[in-house]
Design a protein around this ligand. Structure first.
Ligand SMILES: [Zn+2]
Length: 227
């Protein structure tokens, strides 16, 4: 039943009905313009049922944070060691080499672990960015992290950058390419030939990183699903 496969999202902005994958929530949204009758929207969805099933079937398996889960962190493998004890008063996270120890009273510490990982992501991406900015005598004002679904990074004219925190789970050269791309925007705010040639110079593996992001970027959304 198509009604069970999609989630209806009424939209004031949408001009026409559409089906859109939300790779974080792993669901297909049926975006329905405000005035369109729901019945008509379902007729549209039913016509595209094959696409809906295929798209959901192609999603990479969700990576859930449980005891023993191994996460790729900037190219390293980090294993989660989770102890759940309802008697504990607070949650503590401590990383020793390649193990992240989590001691918690929470049944599902996903949100807490994600907060911790986001800090690591910000620090790591900021380090790569400042190193690259140094190469071209530019300074970065601020690096923030977001949970964007379509853009991996952005850069404003005044040197503020933001990145998707999920880049930390990508191969190092892929995250490196995204950072190089934004740093190159400090010099060229366009996608001109000069921009791409600088981006290439700043990247560890321009072709490989770019290709990986294009092909596998969506797979980064599979991390940190709630239990
Ligand atoms: Zn760009």
């Amino acid at each position: 039943m198509i009604e069970e496969l999609v989630r209806v999202k009424r939209s004031k902005k949408a001009r026409r009905v559409a089906l859109r994958l939300d790779p974080v929530e792993r669901i297909i949204n049926l975006v329905v313009p405000e005035r369109m009758p729901l019945k008509a929207a379902y007729v549209f969805a039913r016509k595209h049922e094959k696409w809906v099933l295929e798209t959901l079937g192609k999603l990479p398996n969700a990576v859930i944070y449980t005891h023993g889960t191994v996460l790729p962190v900037f190219g390293d493998q980090v294993r989660l060691d989770i102890t759940i004890d309802p008697a504990l008063k607070r949650t503590t996270l401590k990383q020793c080499d390649d193990v992240l120890f989590v001691k918690t009273y929470q049944q599902d510490p996903t949100t807490r672990i994600t907060t911790h990982l986001k800090k690591i992501a910000r620090a790591g991406l900021a380090d790569i960015a400042s190193e690259k900015a140094d190469m071209i005598d530019k300074t970065i004002k601020n690096v923030s992290i977001r949970d964007t679904k379509s853009r991996w990074g952005s850069c404003s004219q005044d040197g503020k950058m933001s990145f998707s925190w999920r880049l930390m789970f990508a191969p190092y050269t892929a995250a490196d390419y995204v950072v190089a791309h934004e740093v190159a925007h400090l010099v060229h705010m366009d996608h001109s030939r000069q921009f791409w040639s600088l981006c290439k110079k700043l990247s560890l593996d321009f072709e490989g990183g770019k290709r990986w992001m294009k092909k596998n970027g969506n797979s980064l959304m599979c991390f940190g699903q709630k239990l």
